[in-house]
Ligand binder design. Sequence first.
Ligand code: ADP
Ligand code: MG
Length: 687
Amino acid sequence: MRPDILNPLFAEISALKGVGPALARPLERLGLARAVDVAFHLPGSWVDRKLTDTLDMADAGRIIGIVLTPVEYKASGGSRAPFRVQATDRHGNYVSLIFFGRNSGWPRKLLPLGEPRFVSGKLDHYGQDLQIVHPDHVLPIEEAKDIPEREPVYGLSEGLTNNRMRELAAQALQRAPDLPEWIEPSLLAQKDWPGWHEALARAHTDPADMVAKARLAYDEIFAGQLALMLVRASSRRRRGTPIEGDGHLRSMLKLPFAPTGAQRRSIGEIEGDMAQATPMLRLLQGDVGSGKTLVALMALLNAVEAGAQGAMLAPTEILARQHFATLQNMLAGLPVNIAILTGREKGKAREATLMGLADGGIHILVGTHAIFQDAVQYRNLALAVIDEQHRFGVAQRMMLTAKAERTPHLLVMTATPIPRTLTLTYYGEMEVSRLDEMPPGRQPIETRVLSTARVDEVIEALGRHIAGGGQAYWVCPLVEESETSDQQAAEARAESLRMRFGDAIALVHGRMKGPDKDAVMEAFAADRTKVLVATTVIEVGVDVPNATLMIIEGADRFGLAQLHQLRGRVGRGDKASVCLLLRGGALGETSRARLALMRETNDGFRIAEEDLKLRGAGELLGTRQSGEAQFRLANPEQIAELIDPARDDARLLIDRDGGLDLPRGQAARTCLYLFERDAAVGLLRSG
Ligand code: ADP
Ligand code: MG
């Protein structure tokens, strides 16, 4: 349970004064749902305010703070005309304070004639006249000292002003308690870092305060490292089953190809881990098409040969079915029983599968997260393979590790080519195997970047492609951050393509029911439909070698890792493939560079490394893709600088006080809760 001391901070955002439904919406768009989110929504930049006592044409364009005395109201013209207040500085220089679209009552009240006020805003000139349009602040003089010379500027969304955001941040800060110190004292001293609360306050008042910001970033990194280390430690303490298959099943496999060197090496590493009594915790990283399925199969058979069971978890229904079909195929003729379990298996079939798992009649289970629900009892589960880790997140990984008495060996597979420097950050002390060699005979994919304005030409090319017997994917862009609008975009595109190509066009999106989705995928795989219009649900796994054209609309709005995975849907057969990236009109330099990179290389690891340089770690795995919040406070430079000390500090702490019971350990628990690593604390208790 979260310590009470943190509760005020974890209150719903509506608990903050002044937050009603109207404000909740723009806050929600920024991902700010609780006070703590506001507290961690740090200002990124600032404006410098020149405090002066003289109006000066030379300051036009700057934000100034100055004491002015209103001398005259000018309500000119019609109702739409602005309301003006003429005011003077103490030397008698004039300025017009201009208010649009308000009734004049408000400025009159704010600026009574003859009474000096502190006014701040951007000074402009209109011909020879100075003016300030909508001052940021108008205050009684004695309150002017509250206005900082350097004013923080927050990330905002429509309907939210910077002043309001500042107010909310102040409230959130009030709710933030003083917390016990979890940082190693010598490190704290060496870095000259303030305590947590002071650091937070400083980061909000002076966005240029790098020392305070570094401390907050460190806390976040530290919590992440500590959590990963606790998972690791807990899995080390657990007992797994040492597995050493004798190879009798694997030797029966009739593969149409020889494994690559990278596959061989990875299989060897996995066998080595599985032979230990400590459960394996290994990440298999390999680009789309690098052959992870074979490696998984070998590991699963290793378990089955030793008389145990294996389970493979896929992120989606479609992918689970495809894995099931692939594995079933490869296992043809072997005395191995494989079954599938998803939310869709019901009634008798489901019962039969559950029985088979309990009595050991089923050797390998493939499915969605349904396979780790409480109702599912295994006789002897020795290996869990998780495909596409980034869809699941650390929490589920922990849950999984925490569940069984005998912890299964764990193999996590990902096609997200996380750069080497970040592997530790994201996966902690997991062992890593890399499939850095592609199976031979792959045709390179030619990638072109085109403006969306040329979509008609693209449709022509699509027509020629399907006339020649080819199939194609058409991926629709992300619209806002909602599945519904993605779906609408895809529906509209499918509709317009149908006008031209009729029944050759199929549509699949995330909101479709499983059976419907599968029916569409099956028809496409069987070449009964020619163009699959899709939202990103086809992102992972689907394998249709005859589809050799990939069109991605709004390509500049996807993450590169995601683009790379999408592109990996083509180039699966022995025919040359083409990927067309349609981009929006005006692109920034980074967007241009990113798309150019896609054109230049097919190497997922290289794309990841370069994208890291272009965009930074925080964005590399967008939350949408990863399904788990990544760093909110730490930027890539800070991660690079602080990851080592954070890891050392976390390790030292665990070595000295593995149960986190001593005062610093207790403080570190609070830090884990603060960064919502509750599951890691749970592992501590269950020991
Ligand atoms: P991943 O899951 O890593 O994206 P898959 O396991 O689906 O890749 O493999 C992609 C394709 O490559 C499959 O059709 C598979 O049969 C084939 N394949 C795997 N290993 C090899 C190999 N060593 N040589 C040739 N083809 C291979
Ligand atoms: Mg795969």
